[in-house]
Structure formats: structure tokens, C-alpha cells
Ligand binder design. Sequence first.
Ligand code: YRO
Length: 309
Amino acid sequence: PELATTFLEQPLDNPLMNAAGVWCTLAAQLDALVESSAGAAVTKSCTLSRRDGNPEPRYRALPLGSINSMGLPNEGHVYYLDYAACHDYERKPLFVSVSGLSLDDNLTIVAALREAVLPAFLELNLSCPNVEGKPQPGYDFEAMDQFLAEVATAYRRPFGVKLPPYFDFVHFDNAAEILNRYDNLAFITCINSIGNGLVIDTESESTVIRPKDGFGGLGGDYVLPTALANVNAFHRRCPGKTIIGCGGVSTGEHVFQHLLAGATLVQVGTALHEEGPSIFDRLQKELRELMAKKGYTRIEDFRGRLKTL
Ligand SMILES: CC(C)(C)CCc1c(C(=O)O)[nH]c(=O)[nH]c1=O
């Protein structure tokens, strides 16, 4: 079976890539992704200036996934623009994730990315911090609309957004209604980690990460059904947009399910953090085996064809 696919008219060897934040903060990590069999790569969400991020421990792997409160540690936007300027786009697409600390910072970074005139794809992280005392833009629809109006106008090129998970049909409807207003908003990545979970270590009777009293974003097995729901919800509501699935992927079967739910590309976070870039070989092998068993020769044979009862 063939895993080749296209994203915004670009050919990819396969639909797999890393999730922003995982194995992509430093050039050496990004190089390892470019060397790996991943079909594409995305950089760690960047801010205007370099950040150390939160005190450790700030990431913990668990039997069923992970919890993190990294605090946006990154090398600052220029580092990733430089990396994007040197990337070989013939080899595989590169996405640049942006998570400025304010709308103004986002506009400055987006303008710099536009000025660089690079074939990189912009993934705007809507879980980025916003005004104190207000929720992340992904959960504040007025702020989200304002961010997108200004970024879409400033960037003027095709871009995408990374969405937090939603759990209410009215939220799916309201978010999709906003996203559908922006013609150059070309793709939607669902989902970011499920926010502010709390993992407790029974033996020590303690939290397992230091920042935020142990509260942090959940990834891994914990989030697969929520990720699939968000992929399918926006696939149904935004027919003109391309969906990237992210969340809970650790096997070829999970990749198959994201594609069935309507994803065009599939990002891997927690499992990549634990297994390393060789995971992309395993996931492709498992996906091919599953497709062969089902008699599919190409991804378009089943992508987006989830049946309901
Ligand atoms: C949570 C924020 C720090 C506001 C954004 C960066 C981010 C982080 C992070 O850097 O802590 N972790 C995630 O799982 N998703 C994210 O989008």
C-alpha cells in the first residue's frame, strides 16, 4: 500500500509528522526529524524572545500518556526563522509553530515569517497565553476572532491554527463558524493537550510535575477519543479546510483512525517523546499492514470515510 499524500498541493511521502513541542526545540532535534522517515516536521511553538520555560520536573511520561507544563521553553522566533531559511523543502515540508505572549507579539512574528518569504507553513497556536485573567484565545471566541482577523490580514498567505480540545457541540459550532470566515486559514490542527489535568503519585502522595501545583496538559492514550472527536467535528463543519489530527497516536491503528475521522496529516507527540524518531518507521509499517489487511492501496481509499451507525 502507498502512504504518499498531499497537503495544500504539496506532495508528502507519508502523512506523519511530530506534534509541535515534541523533538523540535533545538536544530539538532529538528535535523533528526528531517533525517527520519516523518513526512513533515513542525518547530516548537515560538515566542518573540528566547525562554527558559518552567522549572523542572515539567514533563512526566505515564503508563497511559503524559502530563506537561513546559511553559513555552524555546529559542525565540528568529532561531526558528533561521532554521526555516536553511531547510530543504524539496525533502519534506516544514511547519513553523507560533505562540506569542500577546497578539502584538504574534503579529510581529507573523510579519517576520511573511517577510522571510519561505515555503514553511504557519501553525498559529491558539492555546498561546493571552491577557491575564482571560482564558487562552482558543477558549475565548471573541479573542480568537480578533487574533485571526489580524493575523489573517497581516500574513495574507495560507496558514493554520492549532486548537485546544472542545467538549461541547456549541463550542464546535462557534469555533468552526469563526474559522470558516477566514479564506486563507487553510488548515486546522486538532488537538492540543487536554488542559490542566492533575496526576498524583500515590506512594509519595505528591504531584508529579513542579509548575502550577502539578496541573498540566495531558497527552497520550488519555486523549485519543477526544482528539478523534475534534478531528471529525471540524472535518464535518469546515469542508473547505484541511484537518491535521494530533492526539493519542502511538500505533498504526491510531493513525488509521485519525485518517478515517477526516485528518489529512497526523501528528505524534507523547509517543514520539518516549520512542524517538524511529517511531515513524514503526507507524508506517503498522499502517501499511492494516491497509493491506483491509484491501486499501492508498490513503484516499478510506480517508474521511468514517461510518456512523
Ligand atoms: C501552554 C502554553 C505554555 C500556554 C503554550 C505552549 C504549550 C505547552 C507548553 O509549552 O507548556 N504545552 C502543551 O502541551 N501545549 C502547548 O501549547
